[in-house]
Design a protein around this ligand. Structure first.
Ligand code: FES
Length: 167
């Protein structure tokens, strides 16, 4: 058995330090959590966003679909509106393309050039894309338009975060 004896003063000191530390931790934890929570929270941009586009109304002709969602940048929340060009391909599969030109980021339109009908056209530097979103060779864009993943919920189109088109 240890002969080390704890004095009454030491016992009180240890006990008060322990209890004080415990209470301080209890008060500080919620503050620390509040301060860093938005930074640690998972990115919500990966979620699918509802659009007003009915799946049944999508045809082989690309239509512009605007959709709005709340974006949280740490503590700052803002409303963002994105656009997709949506149509059905020859296999009946839904295609949702980003309108952001892969040259310098202007907005591409569908069938908006008399010279290049049935293509996506970027008026900034005459960038061209086939209907599939693939860039026309020897025009400024060096890559295909990004593609939105999609899903159907209650008959409506939901879009995810646009990603580079797979080769
Ligand atoms: S930004 Fe589209 S062609 Fe240059």
């Amino acid at each position: 058995m240890s002969k080390h004896r704890v004095s009454r003063r030491q016992f009180l000191s240890y006990t008060l330090t322990g209890v004080g530390g415990f209470m301080a931790a209890g008060m500080l934890m919620p503050m620390v959590r509040f301060a860093i929570d938005p930074v640690l929270r998972a990115d919500e941009a990966g979620d699918f966003i509802p659009t007003s586009q009915k799946m049944a109304d999508i045809t082989s002709e690309p239509v512009r679909v605007d959709f709005t969602f709340k974006q949280k940048d740490a503590w700052y929340e803002s409303e963002v509106t994105n656009t997709a060009w949506v149509y059905k391909d020859d296999d009946g599969k839904i295609v949702a393309l980003s309108p952001v030109c892969k040259h310098l980021g202007c907005t591409v339109g569908w069938n908006n050039s008399e010279k290049y009908p049935n293509e996506f056209f970027c008026p900034c530097h005459n960038g061209r894309y086939y209907k599939s979103g693939v860039n026309v060779p020897n025009t400024p864009p060096m890559a295909p338009l990004d593609v939105y993943p999609y899903k159907e919920v209650d008959g409506y189109l939901y879009l995810g975060k646009a990603k580079p088109k797979k080769a």
